[in-house]
Design a protein around this ligand. Structure first.
Ligand code: ZN
Length: 233
């Protein structure tokens, strides 16, 4: 059986121009071309190119235009990856893969801290703390927004020097905690204080519910490790 061939094609694996060889799926491809009504020249070309393979490696043969697009896409991804690695080397531990894996949003009571853009009374009830690549984000609702759940503020990791986890009963902030504690909430055993220490010397406090200090420390182990690594000796 005579094989179809098509010149002017490209193999991404061999990184060279090739003569595309018609593959055994030719009929299936021809069928899918027919199944697409009113196909423009462009997509027809795309479908056609998938029916040729490289005579050397058997990989997919593509047109020069498709190869150029694929190369450009790969190049952008490579640059992003190189950029990420460089930032990690410069201390951006939060860009390490998997640092926030398994950290679910944490039910919290925002106890305050010096955050210039936020009303200290904002989000004291029913707020959630989220840790992600952006930083520590407090999500919640406040009256002005009529109950919409949204990010109230973000503390970027570049502003965070340390995270301390304490038991509310022995915390150096236990006085403040008892002052803001909501009524009827006295399950001290199952609470932890999360203290975010910032570059400017200020602290932001969160009272985390339904978790012991030990369990919270275990949950945030990789984050704390990341912070410690960049702190140096
Ligand atoms: Zn090849």
């Amino acid at each position: 059986m005579a094989q179809r061939t098509q010149g002017g094609m490209w193999c991404a694996s061999c990184k060279k121009p090739i003569m595309g060889v018609g593959n055994t799926h030719r009929f299936r491809n021809a069928f899918s071309v027919m199944a697409v009504p009113a196909t423009g020249g462009l997509s027809l070309g795309g479908l056609k190119s998938t029916s040729f393979v490289c005579p050397t490696c058997g990989g997919p043969a593509v047109t020069k235009a498709v190869a150029a697009r694929q190369a450009m896409k790969a190049n952008v991804q490579e640059q992003h990856e190189a950029d990420r690695r460089r930032k990690v080397d410069d201390g951006a531990w939060w860009l390490l893969r998997g640092v926030f894996r398994g950290i679910l949003p944490i039910k919290t009571l925002y106890l305050g801290g010096r955050l210039p853009t936020v009303d200290p009374d904002v989000g004291r009830n029913g707020t959630t703390l989220r840790l992600n690549v952006q930083g520590l984000q407090l999500l919640g609702t406040f009256l002005k927004l009529k109950g919409t759940f949204k990010v109230l503020f973000t503390i970027p990791w570049s502003d965070v020097t340390d995270i301390a986890i304490e038991s509310p009963t022995v915390s150096r902030h236990s006085q403040l905690i008892s002052e803001v504690r909501t009524q009827g909430h006295d399950d001290h055993e199952n609470e932890a204080v999360l203290i975010v220490e910032k570059l400017d010397g200020s602290e932001v406090l969160f009272l985390i519910s339904d978790i012991t200090p030990e369990d919270l420390a275990a949950t945030l182990a990789r984050v704390i490790e990341g912070l410690n690594e960049t702190k140096g000796p």
